[in-house]
Design a protein around this ligand. Sequence first.
Ligand SMILES: [Zn+2]
Length: 893
Amino acid sequence: MHRSLLSAAVALALAALPVHYASAVPKAAASQEATTQLPRGVIPSHYDIALTPDAASGRFTAKAAITVQVTKATSSITLNAADLRFDSVSVAPAGGAADALNAQAGKASVDADAQTATFAFDKPLAPGLYKLVLDYSGVIGTQAVGLFSLDYPGSDGKQQRALYTQFENSDARRMIPSWDEPAYKATFTLEATIPAGQMAVSNMPAAGTVKLPDGRQKVSFAKSPKMSTYLLFFAAGDFERATVKAEGTEIGVVTRRGAIDQAKFALDSQKDILREYNDYFGVRYPLPKLDNIAGAGRSQFFGAMENWGAIFTFEYALLFDPASSTQHDRQEIFATAAHEMAHQWFGDLVTMRWWDDLWLNEGFASWMESRMTARLHPEWNTQLGAVGSRDGAMQRDSVATTHPVVQHIETVEQANQAFDEITYQKGEAVIRMLEAYVGENAWRSGVRSYMKAHAYGNTVSDDLWKQIEKAAGKPVTAIAHDFTLQPGVPLIRVGEPVCRNGSTVLPLLQGEFSRDQPDRKPLAWRVPVIAQVAGNAKQASTLVAGGKGTVTLPGCGAVIVNAGQSGYYRTLYAPKEFAQLAQNFATLAPIDQLGLLSDSSALGMAGLQPASSALDLVKATPVSADPQVWSRIARVFEGLHWRMTGEMSEDKTRRQRLDAYAVARLAPLMAQTGWEARSGEASAIANLREQLLDTLSELGDANVIAEARRRYAAMDKVPSAVPGPLRKTVLAIVAQHADAATWDGLRTRARAETNPLLRDRLYVLLATTDDKALAERALQLALTDEPGLTNSAAMISAVAQRYPDMAVDFALAHVEAINQRVDASSRSRYFARLAGGSSNPAMIAKLKAYAGANLAATSRGDVDAAIAAIQDRIKTNAARLPEIDAWLKQNGG
Ligand SMILES: [Zn+2]
């Protein structure tokens, strides 16, 4: 899955999330059997499903004929089912002509809490092959879980409804009674009865369509390969499809009618990516076709899903609309496709045995997404993004509520919560570090052997390490275990460098970067370290083990540890060495500038360095620095601004000092970048423009706000006043600073908008207002029928960024209504996220009360982490912001 895009403020709020770890000791080799919530003894091998959805009524009926192997005599069969009603149950020995004679009816009982159904039979079933036949019905939801519907304005202005499925991690059971666990792989043959004129899409191509006398049509799909239930897909609606052939595979995009032209960039990208992956993995893509299906609206928790042969992507991450899309959108579309396509191998062809190893799917797909983007679009220079992504993981990984990359999962709810920064970003960062350690070629040949050895099967992490170690001839498993079986972030302390005969000898000490347990005995890691003398092209590397190490570098001068930033650790320099790096900052490689900014911000806030260290680097950054370094600096300012805004004893003069300094520092960049794209400008400039306008608006820059208002006022008469790529930004600035009349005007615009992408955007923008009374109106509006069912939760989240208390109080007063508008699998996370950005001690009691009343004890990981984030923010704001303020006073803020 691709995680949904979060705004900077929400990401900040998420600085810490779920699951306590009981022990810091790496656990022994995983047990040999997968965790299961079902009795063993009955194993499915094939599902025949005939589905008849009734989109208008929100229900479906279906028939399932499941081929099962009974391995131990039993008089009942238990499988997963959620919200399903069974009308008839029968079982018969499979394979013989006398099947029907031996059929016996069964009695169904469901356990709603366990999400299971049990079918009891009078005559016990001896070991052997059987066909279990079920007639049943179920619910079509309005959020992206199970079989669900999405409504959107059609090209003729009339409301349209299309159907889709979302089954990861444990929601296939909402449409198909099944052994809904990743290790129960089986084949599937799906058949659907849908209205005439609609298009149906599944994992495999349609094998036949029959027109029914009542005007409907029955579409049957070819049999799928052996795969996990969570990868099954079905969609039906008034769709269009475009295709292109590559490497013998039909690649397609499917959109609502009228939007297919906007999918061209995704289609072309998929073609290029498939060719690269066929080569990289050494196993060709095994299905006859690969579609990417766009759906209107959004989920609070994912942007796209890797169903085998039928990727689902929300429109904002698939369609490129010249009337409103940006360079950033283009990059997201590419990266999302690259991520989901990597899963066609890592996840779909080879699947983790159980959710403990979810990172094998997500860490790998995230790493591959970055790798592929850098490779096929070097002009975007996206490899610099690795530092930001690693930073997200380290934020989360440096408090006690973190968890190891490989973690034990018992419940469905824990599996839901496992889709987090540790699984995605830390997984990605660890892979990047290990690849740098063994070398690109050894890594790839290890991956190829792993694919070959486990195709159509299930694995644990050690299956991958075994192949990599064999290919590399280096003890990579031990390092991999240190970073995946125990939580936390290593801290490398740089000792005093000694220059001798033109070389620098650099002592290194390993500690642990912990924000809330700084005095605890550090865990031990074997850490691959790469270092360099600034200005010297040659790097040197060492493995820090047993808590210390030494590296000898060619040349003398300022030293950079973690040169190239492939390591997963923070680097702490002594004041003298840090000052030397600050002096040489302008000459460092952009990726190391980003690494230094990131480490010094985090170490400064944790009190290990002066809190103002990052500002020393900002001061040393020339206007000519890489645009992505400036984007990062804009976010550093914005992060401090949010901290100062959210403080309980809010000191307005302090925040004004910061804002004034930041605006003065960013204004020359804005002047140089300009409001409109120059022909042939680098893509990074386009992204910087978007970031600068966003930050300067947040900081209250009067020039930017006035210019956005001027362009907005002219927009309807003179379309060129707001070129496509500026549209969302101008609307966002106007919305943030709107008065009541402007807010009403934006709402009128939202109501009239027929482009679902822009319509969704406008409703969320209404909730980003600075004005408290208008934010209150946005909350009220969110729960009406007007914005549409997938915008409500996003609107409340947007209010929570500025007014967490107001949003949480509102949500707590409307728990039932909110639960209907959030994915069922994600409710426990939603409230924690609303609250996580707060700096108010009272919020902690509210969260505890909510969890006590609504969540099982095993489902409170996200709430615990949100509480930890709030506590950390309260503590660091009080301790560190005065230092920032003193620096600003000294430096003319
Ligand atoms: Zn994914």
